[in-house]
Design a protein around this ligand. Structure first.
Ligand code: BES
Ligand code: MN
Ligand code: MN
Length: 477
């Protein structure tokens, strides 16, 4: 039988199971497994149990929930447990290739007050789109793999590869603990893995599928400034004491200009130059500034040409300021001087930046700027987490299989893209398991990952299950 002949009934079964697949995603979305919110850590654990029971009912073997111990500082609760890595296998036939699939079962925070139209943790279908936190990032794709396995099982079709599942619950918080686990299991649980497939990214736009061979890294920092013994009245102490928030604004505003240029000396100097070959790559990608504006819901683009936008998203570093813990943030006009404030920012990293060198440049720079203020407050700059960038070559068996799968399901050749986001474990898989990694996305560029009203189109979810299934068969053939 040809691969296409095998896939035909499988695709029909996937269509038939659509209501069940949507329900399975709804059950997953209903668990608010937010890794960044310490108070929701029990929900992240609950999500690992949910996956375990789904894997059990699908007939997985050797299911293990690997504990990762206590979360290292900075944390509020010094005894906070990290959520486990969920490992499972389907098949161990030495004649078949072995594929490791990775995804994450934690999600970004979401509050209805942020502006969601509906409860973020209740999956709702409106106009052929499924709204809910994690629908596209990354519960949809993780559940998508399980759906594919179910369709195979129902029809008694053997999986064409041995599958090793590795699902983590801390990706949105820097994948703390996973590097060590992958290194420890490289010659144990992960022995014999031939390639790695990650479905945790999106099409570049809304019309054309992509396969992805690069990601930026992410180094996340915090700057804590404190002085007064308690929050104070600005009428009584304003103009009389050094204010932590004023210090913080002063030093944080020196890191980047308003067109996104990083001003910390030495950072841009580490970036690899653009080669002629690379410069040509951007021409063939389907994308334009309108698509960016649509996705951002605004007209706020810094660059207007496709090439500039893509280069700044994929191959140049960026510095974003995320928030200030401890600052007054409510409505109204509170006349407070906050006693302690913690500024949060991150830098997206690219070839050939060295992570440790970057940390030193950033920390020394801010400490120096603070010193120059002559403030008696105290200032501590720390790294919260880091994850490496990854760029590979999209010409190998795994990418070829994914190209065929995408072509079969979507009837178009995918664009080959890099991404500006980060999946910290990607490079570790490549190095520790000595294999290629492929990023095979399910959702669209306008899905709104991390944003309000995150969604996945029903078509992307269901055709995505077909794409993952077809990939398994082309790769296994
Ligand atoms: N799925 C994303 C990674 C991603 C983002 C891929 C954008 C493609 C485009 C992932 O869940 C994510 O959000 N990662 C974090 C990692 C960070 C906390 C180290 C990110 O990029 O902010
Ligand atoms: Mn993700
Ligand atoms: Mn994410």
């Amino acid at each position: 039988m040809t691969v296409e002949e095998t896939l035909k009934p499988l695709f029909e079964e996937i269509n038939r199971l659509k209501p069940k697949f949507i329900q399975r995603l709804a059950d997953a979305v209903a668990i608010p497994s937010v890794s960044g919110d310490e108070s929701l850590r029990p929900e992240v654990f609950k999500m690992s149990q949910f996956l375990k029971s789904e894997l059990e009912s699908l007939g997985a073997s050797d299911i293990q929930l690997k504990p990762l111990g206590i979360q290292p500082p900075p944390v509020v609760d010094p005894k906070l447990e990290l959520p486990p890595i969920v490992l499972a296998r389907f098949g161990s036939d030495p004649k078949k290739k072995t594929l490791l699939i990775y995804g994450h079962y934690d999600v970004q925070p979401a509050l209805i007050e942020d502006g969601w139209n509906t409860d973020p943790f209740k999956l709702i279908e409106v106009n052929d789109k499924l709204y809910g936190r994690g629908s596209t990032d990354d519960k949809g794709p993780v559940i998508g793999w399980l759906n594919s396995i179910e369709a195979h099982k129902n029809l008694g079709i053997e999986l064409p590869v041995n599958l090793v599942c590795c699902f983590e619950g801390m990706e949105e918080s820097g994948s703390i603990g996973l590097d060590e686990l992958v290194a420890a299991e490289a010659n144990a649980y992960f022995k014999g893995v031939d390639t790695v497939c990650i479905s945790d990214n999106y099409w570049l736009g809304t019309k054309k599928p992509v396969l992805t061979y690069g990601l930026r890294g992410c180094n996340y920092y915090q700057v804590s400034i404190k002085g007064p013994g308690a929050d104070l009245h600005s009428g009584i102490f304003g103009g009389v004491i050094h204010e932590p928030m004023t210090d913080l604004f002063n030093i944080m505003s020196t890191m980047v200009d308003t067109s996104g240029k990083i001003l910390i000396p030495g950072v841009n100097e580490m970036v690899a130059p653009v080669t002629e070959k690379e410069a040509k790559l951007y021409e063939n990608i389907e994308f334009d500034v309108d698509e960016l504006n649509l996705a951002s819901g605004s007209n706020t683009a810094i660059y207007q040409t496709k090439k500039d936008i893509l280069m700044h998203r994929w191959r140049y570093p960026s510095l974003s300021i995320h928030g200030i813990e401890g600052a007054f943030y409510g409505g109204g006009a509170k006349t407070v001087i906050p006693a302690k404030v913690i500024g949060k920012f991150s830098i997206r990293t690219v070839p050939d930046m060295d992570s440790k060198t970057l940390d030193k440049l950033v920390i020394d720079f801010l400490n120096e700027k603070f010193k120059a203020l002559g403030s008696p407050n105290t200032c501590v700059v720390e790294l919260i987490h880091d994850g490496a960038y990854w760029v590979s070559d999209p010409y190998n068996d795994s990418f070829e299989a994914a190209k065929k799968a995408t072509k079969l399901v979507w009837n178009v050749d995918p664009d080959l893209t890099r991404e500006g986001g980060s999946i910290p474990i990607t490079l570790t898989f490549e190095e520790q398991l000595k294999t290629n990694v492929l990023l095979l996305p399910m959702g669209k560029g306008d899905d709104g990952a991390h944003s309000i009203n995150e969604k996945i189109d029903v078509a992307n979810y269901i055709e995505g299950v077909k794409t993952l299934s077809a990939y398994l068969h082309y790769y296994g053939a």
